[in-house]
Design a protein around this ligand. Structure first.
Ligand SMILES: NC(=O)c1ccc[n+]([C@@H]2O[C@H](COP(=O)([O-])OP(=O)(O)OC[C@H]3O[C@@H](n4cnc5c(N)ncnc54)[C@H](OP(=O)(O)O)[C@@H]3O)[C@@H](O)[C@H]2O)c1
Length: 306
């Protein structure tokens, strides 16, 4: 049996990253098993229709993870985070979920664990609790007796075109100042990179890879959006009052100023390794087109970032 005949378990497959990873693994010919909380939900049913095995499980239920990981070749690990809108987890939940997945993968004899972290992770704390959770999980993963790869995605392009961000009124706001640069990645490409990592364990096991597809200033971002929608879009940093009121956003903006959240990967080298990586303009014209259209619909809501 070659690796590709074996099963990779994907967590969060009904969400953005896990969904992208499941699709990319299937496209590469892997058998994919998704751990889902509700196998009868429409997202789980879409996965089944795409040839993904779905098994009921929960990150808070180690026994369900043990059952799902048994006989698996690989595990893709991602957890919900308190920085997400409407989050119902705590920081300690995220760390417990991430470390438990890794522990059980090790005990089940999984050959390759891929953990999706964040570009802000590192050996020293950022001081922003909802980002430091991932540094804690990373440290735990590295100490286990399991071949692992840690990918550190930059901020998702999907985060840039949420409804309620003002695009319908010709405005765009985000974390960086107009001339500050941040790196971004299309969720689609996280899946493709994860699939490439599972496909070449000899190359990627033991590695930590920061991943991104483009680097944009605030003004550059607005320029691409204006081009895509065919009318002017102005750019301003998120309002100071919002950054002061919202701990997660304020902490993230501070880390943009300190350089910790902007991403520093060598995009040319990464594109040579992963030629499919989308720049923002290509993403807007491709996988992002539907999200852009939704973000352009008139809305009364305030900024819906995260
Ligand atoms: N947004 C960014 O720019 C960015 C950048 C880097 C890293 N991140 C990180 O990305 C992570 C989120 O990834 P995402 O955007 O792919 O998530 P997402 O789209 O919000 O999906 C979350 C997934 O986790 C599943 N889930 C939630 N609680 C669960 C539980 N108790 N047991 C089993 N599954 C559970 C959800 O399943 P259900 O369908 O059952 O709800 C869903 O599949 C966060 O840790 C965030 O910090 C985000």
């Amino acid at each position: 049996m070659t690796d590709i005949d074996r099963t990779v378990v994907v967590l969060g497959a009904t969400g953005q990253q896990g969904g992208s990873v499941a699709a990319a693994l299937r496209a590469d010919g892997w058998a994919v098993r998704a751990v889902v909380r509700d196998p009868s939900g429409h997202r789980a049913r879409s996965l089944s229709a795409a040839g993904v095995e779905t098994v009921r499980g929960d990150l808070s239920d180690p026994e369900s993870l043990r059952a799902a990981f048994t006989d698996a070749h690989g595990v893709f690990s991602v957890q919900p985070n308190t920085g997400q809108a409407g989050a119902v987890v705590t920081n300690e939940d995220e760390v417990r979920f991430g470390t438990t997945v890794a522990d059980i993968a090790e005990r089940c004899g999984v050959a390759h664990l891929v953990y999706s972290s964040t570009v802000a992770a590192g050996p020293t704390p950022t001081g922003v609790a909802h980002l430091d959770t991932k540094s804690r999980i990373e440290a735990h993963v590295r100490n286990l007796d399991i071949a692992s790869t840690i990918i550190r995605p930059a901020t998702f392009m999907e985060t840039l075109v949420l409804p309620g961000m003002g695009l319908d009124r010709g405005r765009m706001s985000f974390l960086m100042r107009p001339d500050q640069t941040m790196q971004f990645i299309a969720v689609r490409d996280i899946g493709r990179i994860a699939a490439a990592v599972f496909g070449s364990p000899e190359r990627y096991a033991g590695h930590t890879e920061e991943i991104a597809g483009d680097a944009l200033t605030g003004k550059g971002l607005a320029g691409h959006l204006a081009q895509a929608v065919g009318r002017p879009i102005s750019y301003g940093r998120l309002p100071t009052t919002l950054l002061e009121q919202d701990e997660a956003l304020g902490g993230s903006a501070a880390l943009v100023d300190s350089g910790r959240l902007v991403g520093r990967t060598n995009l040319d080298a990464l594109r040579a390794e992963f030629p499919f990586l989308l720049r923002f303009d290509r993403w807007l014209a491709g996988p992002g087109a539907r999200l852009l259209a939704e973000a352009l619909r008139p809305t009364d809501t305030g900024i819906a970032l995260r």
